[in-house]
Design a protein around this ligand. Structure first.
Ligand SMILES: [Zn+2]
Ligand SMILES: [Zn+2]
Ligand SMILES: [Zn+2]
Length: 269
């Protein structure tokens, strides 16, 4: 909000150029009715749920409404990851007993937030310990993986490892630095697809604001050079030149063998 950078100005002028905050859905389409979980409730959740409307299908009792997701896994308490929660409350989607998983500190924070009480009362908040696994189906499991990340409320930050019948995926949108996470290489090597923090490409993007801790993209590509084929970069800030299709930054990402996540991209597990 309030940004007049070239990329934001172009998107305000032409909404087709808008990009949503990073999010992932886990879809198990094998049953009669697809099961759908979200990772994170972003400020763009209404658009993201709309992208999933046909997968979710019709609400069982309310006309002209989609069914609520089967659950939501929250990575952490920052705006881009929980800013969509109010949309689930009584004024909008009005979910009932929806499981919401998060670190114990985050669950506590949500329960303490009086402003969101009407919403929180309709959620089934489920605290997940670091390393804990949730079984969504016999062959579909989600494990909470603790990562170091700026934490104003002692609420914790998780990445999620999703193990499907044939392949596995790591969803890691935010981390302060790879160096503060000794298991980084092992975790990325241990999955087939790793969607990782690509917030900033260069320090210059901060425009004089105090440093925001995220690894820079060239450093990430260097560090995981031997695993680049698994990397899918996500969680781009609007300042990141790799968003431009004709930029040398994007060319460098692709030349390294990594991918850039796209809205609607599907990874089969
Ligand atoms: Zn901008
Ligand atoms: Zn964050
Ligand atoms: Zn974030």
């Amino acid at each position: 909000m309030g940004c007049r950078c070239r990329r934001c100005a172009a998107a305000y002028a032409d909404p087709a150029k808008e990009e949503y905050a990073a999010c992932l859905a886990i879809v198990d389409g094998r049953g009669e009715e697809a099961a759908v979980w979200l990772i994170d409730a972003t400020p763009d959740i209404k658009y993201q749920i709309n992208l999933l409307a046909s997968v979710l299908g019709a609400h069982p009792t309310r006309s002209n409404r989609v069914r609520q997701p089967n659950g939501i896994f929250l990575t952490h308490a920052h705006m881009g990851h929980i800013g969509g929660l109010p949309q689930l409350g009584p004024e909008a989607m009005a979910v009932q007993d929806m499981p919401v998983y998060g670190a114990p500190g985050l669950v506590r924070l949500l329960r303490e937030t009086r402003l969101w009480r009407p919403l929180v009362e309709k959620l089934a908040l489920i605290p997940l310990a670091a390393g804990e696994t949730v079984t969504l189906a016999d062959d579909l499991r989600v494990t909470a993986v603790a990562v170091p990340h700026r934490d104003e409320w002692d609420a914790g930050t998780y990445a999620f490892r999703v193990q499907g019948p044939a392949r596995s995926l790591l969803y890691l949108p935010d981390i302060d630095s790879w160096e503060q996470w000794p298991e980084a290489h092992e975790q990325v090597a241990g999955v087939d697809i790793a969607l990782v923090d690509a917030t900033f490409y260069s320090r210059d993007e901060l425009g004089g604001r105090p440093p925001v801790a995220h690894p820079l993209v060239p450093h990430t590509l260097n560090l995981f050079a031997d695993l680049a084929g698994r990397l899918v970069l996500t969680h781009f800030n609007h300042t990141n030149s790799a968003l431009d299709t004709d930029s040398r930054e994007r060319a460098a990402v692709l030349a390294a063998g990594a991918q850039i996540a796209e809205t609607g991209q599907v990874f089969s597990l």
